[in-house]
Ligand binder design. Structure first.
Ligand SMILES: [Zn+2]
Length: 308
């Protein structure tokens, strides 16, 4: 759902100007809660900065891997460009997952190439042409490659060795960077804007904006803790859990991966509220849970009132 934003300034840099549609939960993770409250610059800085690789974060992909077959499209989208490895005897080859579902060409330590089977004739041709090999020899090389048994290294001449790949299992290496704590922090901050409206521009929130503007991962890391939930449910969620000394949020991806975000020295004047986006039906809803959060106390700065 798109929440209307009736104020003219960007909620992060506070500049006036044209505001652009922002996905509160990154679009690359399947998020659909949006509002026009970021300027173009902040939107693209976030997109190109800490959000860029969030879909490749191992914990994100592991959480999504538990989803059923109905989510194969989303899972494929998350895996695209991820690092995979295959074992050939004692050697390991690593390469990235391509759009066609194959692992790209990679090289083993002994110099032989692992070429996706569908690509092999074309790859061999272009490799050998580059080295000035005659067409007939190239044809012979491809025929030799075709005739070779799986797992066999074919010496094609001109210094090219290709390991015949067939049905070799590839597994994700999961050695990409973990999710930046800036992602859950940004989500909690933007969700707060939806709760408090123009009070988001309050000076008390400037330290949070500074962390986002500077993309300060270390400071964000101090406000965010991660844990795994036990719910196997298929949803993304954001909850404002009330003020537990300070405003506390939970951001949940794929039901399982949970982040608690706490805003230092800041309380949000709003009852606890839960937003969920069910990934199987696309249905979203926001509701007030039964549990009532504590009233902000004197040690915290109050932010705003209910959004209208
Ligand atoms: Zn901005």
């Amino acid at each position: 759902m798109d929440i209307e934003w009736n104020h003219s300034r960007c909620i992060v840099c506070l500049n006036s100007g044209e505001l652009t549609k922002e996905h509160v939960i990154p679009e690359s993770l399947g998020g659909i809660l949006t509002s026009r409250f970021l300027c173009c610059r902040c939107n693209s800085c976030f997109g190109a900065g800490f959000e860029a690789n969030s879909r490749l974060a191992p914990e994100i992909r592991k959480a999504a891997s538990g989803l059923g077959k109905d989510f194969s499209e989303l899972k494929e989208k998350l895996e695209l460009g991820a690092q995979y490895q295959s074992k050939f005897d004692e050697q390991t080859s690593k390469s990235k997952l391509r759009r066609d579902g194959h692992i790209g060409t990679s090289k083993l330590k002994d110099g032989s190439l692992i070429v996706p089977e569908t690509d092999a004739p074309n790859s061999i041709t272009s490799l050998m042409r580059k080295r000035g090999v005659a067409d007939q020899e190239i044809k012979d090389a491809i025929a030799a490659w075709r005739a070779a048994p799986a797992g066999y290294t074919v010496n094609l001449g001109a210094g090219i060795k290709v390991r015949k790949w067939q049905g070799h299992p590839s597994i994700p290496t999961y050695d990409e960077l973990p999710l930046s704590p800036l992602v859950p922090l940004k989500i909690a901050y933007e969700f707060t804007a939806l709760l408090v409206g123009c009070a988001i521009y309050s000076p008390q929130l400037q330290p949070l904006r500074d962390v986002l503007l500077k993309q300060d991962k270390d400071l964000a890391g101090r406000m965010v803790t991660d844990n795994w939930a036990s719910s196997p449910d298929v949803f993304h969620g954001i909850a404002f859990e009330g003020n537990h000394e300070v405003a506390q949020f939970q951001v949940r991806f794929f039901g399982l991966l949970a982040y608690t975000v706490r805003f230092p020295k800041i309380a949000v004047e709003h009852p606890p509220i839960v937003y969920t986006h069910r990934l199987n039906t696309g249905k979203e809803w926001a509701h007030l849970p039964d549990e009532v959060g504590q009233k902000p106390d004197g040690s915290t700065d109050h932010v705003g009132h209910l959004a209208s």
